[in-house]
Design a binder for this molecule. Structure first.
Ligand code: ZN
Length: 129
């Protein structure tokens, strides 16, 4: 629940924050999860709709709201974070994995070749291991 007092000073007004931008039609946009709290001593602070978090900086409320969102995601109903990757990024990762695998196979073939040639050289030079 939104704070009803800050450092012992009562909150006397609780309003949704007006966003610093307007919608396409030029109307005021509200950020209802960010509360503009007027205290009894006239101070204005910014609060969270969901808990008693308050800050003098309106821009610190939105990052704070992520805490409430992530809690919702981990309760078993939200999608797993690794499944939230856009398809394009998943395809990109698969491509990289395939490239690394190909690269590894190519190096393995080269190593086996080098080993064989070394063995031939040793035989030709009569070097015993
Ligand atoms: Zn909060």
């Amino acid at each position: 629940m939104t704070a009803t007092e800050v450092d012992g000073v009562a909150v006397i007004a609780d309003e949704p924050r007006e966003a610093p931008f307007r919608d396409k039609a030029g109307n005021v946009v509200y950020q209802p999860q960010t509360r503009v709290l007027t205290l009894a001593n006239g101070t204005i602070v910014y609060g969270c709709l969901h808990c008693s978090y308050t800050s003098a900086n309106p821009n610190s409320v939105r990052p704070h709201l992520a805490r409430h969102n992530s809690r919702r995601k981990t309760n078993g109903h939200g999608p797993d974070s690794s499944l939230n990757l856009p398809l394009a990024e998943l395809m990109d990762r698969l491509d990289k994995l395939a490239a690394v695998t190909e690269d590894r196979d190519a190096w393995k073939a080269r190593a086996l070749n080098a080993e064989r040639r070394l063995k031939q050289l040793r035989t030709a030079l009569g070097v015993r291991e």
